[in-house]
Design a protein around this ligand. Structure first.
Ligand code: NDP
Length: 464
């Protein structure tokens, strides 16, 4: 008679939790996974996937416009938001079914309930106690909002993906990934977008040239970015369906909108789960504290993905899952290397980035002789005939002493696809000389990374 019902119970069926459960089961573990929303989690059901489908929808608006320059007769098609949402939901249903199937085929038992911990080895679900040798917390995060009067009227990215109608005017509060991506989506689909940020610029933490470039391009597309602006109160006005709202600003002034969306960060999903009571240490934001092997402060408990607030990206959660299974079930303690993880912002135009920002590189290379910076701005070939006023930017940051490329950034069409490949180069320590010696593919945008010859003057952007 085994000591426990399961070898592994995972709480949270998002990308990380599903991968860990499947892998553990494949290694012979008896595994169950508990989920209280949809199998697939944030990325597949409420984030990356539906977001990107909506980004694609927005691109058609530009393509219809650009086609005129290529000899197509003027097309002015209508746009049907409910049809888009219906098609997107159908795709999510398909993906959810795929997740159920792969979990089933792997022999992982799915439990649809909310889990709480009775003790480090016992999970309570629907009044039943399930015991497990190893517990994995992969519960992700949830949108976080400031507590201001009227906050009950606002939506988050969760609801923005399922609105019944496209708003005429939307105010988006926040300057992070989610805010700029949704500003691009709504703007491209025809809404008037005001993005309200409390900082002087969007996308804190990104390279300054990248931030400035994207903000400029967003503004050219008609997005009204209100900088250093704080919303104090939201009031509902009139009876318009969906609502019309007035946003009172600190220091005076108001902004009117038909929808108000907050994208002011996400908090780890650990509240009320009984983790603290079971002895699991959490940080001030509620994230599970883990060591390099994703082990929590209680021996048999692990945590991966957004709930640990290390690097909140789906491929990172999946890599953490693989490492966790090797550690807990494969007898090979495996830590993840977080250096040179590429990421993208699916803004319009998008960003692709890998490695250090200029400010970070100054700090890292500073004492050792500094850095050289190469920047190129150009009009993508596609827009030469269409006349679209949109530029791309590429930037390389090079350690002067060694020639090693420390950072590779791009804003512009196809940036995420292009930067993905450069992540291999940075990971393997490529130098500027390696870039220079590489022959590009012509005519592409990516080849520009191999022809950057002029060092940019030092703009004093060393202060992080
Ligand atoms: P971020 O942490 O990236 O950004 C939060 C934004 O909200 C910042 O601009 C911040 O401003 C602002 N903010 C925070 N609190 C307040 C407040 N009280 N009032 C006004 N503004 C406020 O969070 P997101 O929600 O955009 O994204 C969450 C995470 O999800 C990201 O960190 C990312 O890892 C992940 N993600 C990744 C994507 C991708 O890879 N493409 C896409 C979407 C999400 P300030 O800068 O001044 O602090």
């Amino acid at each position: 008679m085994p000591l426990y019902d399961y070898d592994l119970i995972t709480i949270g069926a998002g990308s990380g939790g599903v991968r860990a459960s499947r892998r553990a089961a494949a290694m012979g573990a008896k595994a169950a996974i508990v989920e209280n929303l949809r199998t697939g989690g944030t990325c597949v059901m409420r984030g990356c996937v539906p977001k990107k489908l909506l980004v694609y929808a927005g691109h058609f608006a530009d393509d219809f416009e650009d086609s005129g320059g290529y000899g197509w007769e003027r097309v002015d098609p209508g746009f049907d938001w409910p049809a888009l949402i219906k098609a997107k939901n159908k795709e999510l249903d398909r993906l959810e079914a795929v997740y159920h199937r792969i979990l089933g085929e792997a022999g992982v038992e799915e439990v649809f309930a909310t889990a709480t911990l009775a003790d480090p080895h016992t999970v309570e679900v629907d009044g039943k106690s399930l015991t497990t040798k190893t517990l994995l917390v992969a519960t992700g995060g949830w949108p976080m909002m400031p507590d201001i009067p009227g906050i009950e009227h606002v939506i988050t990215s969760n609801e923005a993906l399922d609105l019944h109608e496209l708003p005429d005017r939307i105010a988006i509060i926040g300057g992070g990934y989610i805010a700029v991506e949704f500003a691009g989506i709504f703007n491209s689909l025809g809404a008037r977008v005001t993005e309200i940020i409390r900082a002087p610029q969007i996308l804190r933490g990104f390279d300054d040239d990248v931030r400035d470039m994207l903000a400029g391009e967003m503004e050219k597309k008609g997005i009204d970015i209100r900088r250093e602006t704080v919303v104090e109160e939201i009031t509902k006005e009139g009876n318009k369906s969906g609502g019309a709202f007035s946003l009172k600003l600190k220091g005076g002034g108001t902004i009117a909108a038909d929808r108000v969306m907050y994208a002011t960060g996400r908090a780890p999903n650990t509240k009320g789960m009984g983790l603290g009571e079971a002895g699991v240490e959490l940080d001030g934001k509620g994230a599970v504290r883990v060591d390099e092997f994703s082990r929590a402060s209680v021996d048999n408990i692990y945590a991966i993905g957004d709930v640990t607030e290390r690097m909140n990206l789906t491929p990172v959660a999946i890599a953490e899952a693989e490492a966790m299974v090797r550690t807990a079930f494969g007898g090979q303690p495996t830590a993840l290397d977080y250096a040179n993880v590429p990421s993208a912002v699916f803004s319009q135009p998008p960003i692709g980035t890998v490695g250090l920002t200029e400010a970070e590189a100054h700090v890292e290379a500073g004492a050792g002789g500094g850095i050289d910076v190469y920047v190129s701005r150009f009009t993508p070939m596609k827009f030469t005939l269409s006349g679209r006023d949109e530029k791309s930017m590429m930037k390389l940051i090079v350690e002067r002493k060694t020639g090693r490329v420390l950072g590779c950034h791009m804003v512009g069409m196809d940036a995420p696809e292009i930067i993905q490949g450069f992540a291999v180069a940075l990971r393997t320590g490529a130098t500027k000389a390696d870039f220079d010696a590489t022959i590009g593919i012509h005519p592409t945008a990516g080849e520009e990374f191999f022809t950057l010859r002029e060092k940019r003057e030092d703009l004093g952007r060393g202060e992080a």
